[in-house]
Design a protein around this ligand. Sequence first.
Ligand SMILES: C[S@@+](CC[C@H](N)C(=O)[O-])C[C@H]1O[C@@H](n2cnc3c(N)ncnc32)[C@H](O)[C@@H]1O
Length: 281
Amino acid sequence: MDNVSQTAVFAAQVRAAHSLLDRHPIFEDPYALLLADSSEDDVRDLFSAIPDGVARVARVLPSQRARFVDEEVERAVRTGIDQYVIMGAGLDSFAWRREDLMSDLELFEVDHPATQAWKRMRAESVGLECTSNLHFVGVDFSIGQQLSDGLTAAGFDPLRPSIWSWLGVIVYLTVEAVESTFGSVVQMAAPRSRLIASYTVTKDLMDSASREFDDLARAASAEGDEPHITFMAPGDIEKIAKRAGFADVRSVDPSSFLPWFSQRTDGLRPVSYEWILVADT
Ligand SMILES: C[S@@+](CC[C@H](N)C(=O)[O-])C[C@H]1O[C@@H](n2cnc3c(N)ncnc32)[C@H](O)[C@@H]1O
């Protein structure tokens, strides 16, 4: 990929949309528009062109997974973990959004070099500082060994436990690339480490609005550079993660996020387009 990932830009725009268009957001990303080089009007225009049910899925999906990970990272930091690897980071703004946690972390952002270069350019142009504990690691997950080599070169310590996230990426990879990336994580992650990965489930596990979102997203992605190719049932991805060497794996059904939505009067609820794998070493 030679250009910034358009799906990374879209994910940031929809994170911003949740705060712009919904009262009492479950997750807020104040840097999303700056990093995506987008305006509030761009986001409103984008959403006015999408059917309402699908637009709701688009607004909730990246926010629910980001909130889940933020809470996991908070917990990890409280137990003394001081290395966080964001795989397929896109325009994730953790480095600036969570200054409270950054003071205790070495953060490794892993992504395609072109997307990283664009993000760094955007960060610089809007005055977001890249502190010395923020490390950029350019990797293509479909090429084995790049992840471990890149992290080692960036100063990641495989002897200290770590926390990892991998959000919204698996759908773009082959099953082989997913398994080999799991293997690289296991190779680099000391005991007491955890990976949190979102994955798009098979259609039978999706709610009806997620199925509609999937129809549109698949069609749109097939026309661009980032086609959706991998959909998995929880049992299948858990088996792959086990085979790659994780000691303990479980899937999180997003319906367990319902308490975050309990006070709402606008009908927003968790969406089941993606589930989350939690894999421990
Ligand atoms: C939908 S975006 C998700 C970004 C971010 N995790 C989020 O939730 O906002 C997908 C990301 O995966 C990255 N990606 C996709 N395929 C990749 C590959 N083969 N190697 C490295 N990164 C990849 C893209 O560059 C992009 O940043």
